[in-house]
Design a protein around this ligand. Structure first.
Ligand code: BTN
Length: 275
């Protein structure tokens, strides 16, 4: 990977130059260009704007944090992690969907190593604690050639959500403060998360696909579950079968086995409520 070191200002308990050197120590040879913003529209947007310079953008707050499928990502100030990693990557276009799964596995592994229990992943981009949304991943890609892309790997992780924050989120939400572990200083977490994701994505190739799917399955909350598949035209019940080697999801529907790319559907777990 590219890259230069920038010396940047310190604010809101993230000491950027210490963080920058800690990430570079974690990575050994690599040198990350870390950019810290107190506030921005979206770290993904900033990272894409800096396209091809290879940067990691972190923010204390996002005014227009973006989620998957045009959703908003609730991004209050100084409470959580908002981070986007920009890298050039040679990868066949049909494997791009696996980058979100690789990022999720890297984040889940870091959290598990911190002894946080009940961490799971939900295809294609959710990080869950006790089944509630703890974090999300948004990958954006710009083609540089048919098999080389500038990738923006954006992830948000809730550390401290208060009741008001939880009410602003349109699904059951969790934060690390609920896990009974910690404390979770943002800077320390960022070093492990950025370091682990960069190592994994840089090292990812078509030879890593089977191992990645195995690792994902270990955290996969939907295994064997009944799900609702929502496309732009219809919604149907199905049984979740797992992940295909190109990152698509495979489900058993009344019409037989079908597979879908992340952009085509949203997938919900069917929860049966009993008295
Ligand atoms: C989702 O679950 O829908 C994905 C959420 C991704 C949120 C992160 S926060 C950092 C980065 N910047 C954004 O605008 N979005 C991602």
């Amino acid at each position: 990977m590219v890259i230069r070191t920038a010396s940047l200002n310190t604010a809101n308990n993230v000491d950027v130059s210490k963080l920058n050197s800690a990430i570079n120590t974690y990575l050994g040879e690599q040198i990350v260009n870390l950019i810290h913003m107190q506030s921005c529209q979206s770290t993904n947007m900033e990272c894409m704007r800096l396209a091809q310079h290879g940067a990691v953008v972190i923010a204390d707050q996002q005014i227009a944090g973006r989620g998957r499928r045009g959703r908003q990502w609730h991004s209050p100030a100084n409470e959580n992690i908002y981070c986007s990693i920009g890298i050039k990557k040679k990868i066949p276009a049909n494997l791009l969907g696996l980058i979100s799964l690789q990022t999720g596995v890297s984040i889940a592994q870091v959290l598990e190593e911190l002894s946080i229990p009940d961490i799971s992943l939900k295809w294609p981009n959710d990080i869950l604690f006790k089944g509630k949304k703890l974090g999300g991943i948004l990958i954006e890609a710009q083609a540089l050639s048919p098999d080389e892309f500038f990738l923006v790997i954006g992830f948000g992780l809730n550390i401290n959500l208060n009741h008001k924050d939880e009410e602003s989120i349109d699904q059951p939400a969790a934060s690390l403060s609920m896990t009974g572990k910690g404390p979770f200083p943002r800077a320390t977490l960022l070093v492990s998360l950025i370091g682990r994701i960069l190592q994994a994505v840089n090292g990812f190739s078509q030879h890593s696909v089977a191992a990645l799917i195995d690792r994902f399955e270990r955290f996969d909350i939907l295994r064997g579950e009944e799900v609702k598949v929502v496309t732009s035209k219809q919604s149907m019940h199905a049984t979740y079968l797992g992940i295909e080697p190109n990152g698509h999801v495979r489900v058993q529907t009344a019409q037989g086995e079908q597979s879908f790319a992340a952009a085509e559907i949203s997938l919900r777990q069917v929860v049966h409520v009993t008295d």
